[in-house]
Design a protein around this ligand. Structure first.
Ligand SMILES: [Zn+2]
Length: 86
């Protein structure tokens, strides 16, 4: 099968570059990297407070499940009969 000329990889070299990964620690207002001032995993989530000096604002960033929560859940699953070599 012969592809139409506009479908060949060569014709796609002008595709725009992929967008840069959005940084969790970048200020949503000005895009600058913020300074971490606090970290809390009490709720089971890795919540960190960042401060943007130029904006004078603080932003709470959720990094997902806290490490202790992940480990706790994994241990719980293990005790529910996942053991093979009991
Ligand atoms: Zn900012």
């Amino acid at each position: 099968m012969k592809w139409p000329s506009w479908l060949t990889p060569k014709s796609r070299r002008h595709a725009p570059p992929p967008a840069p990964e959005p940084s969790l620690t970048a200020c949503p207002d000005c895009g600058r990297e913020m300074d971490r001032i606090e970290k809390s995993t009490m709720s089971g989530y890795d919540m960190r407070t960042y401060r943007c000096e130029p904006c004078g604002k603080e932003h709470i960033v959720n990094f997902g499940s806290a490490l202790w929560k992940v480990l706790s859940d994994a241990r719980g699953a293990d005790e529910k009969g996942e053991r093979q070599n009991g």
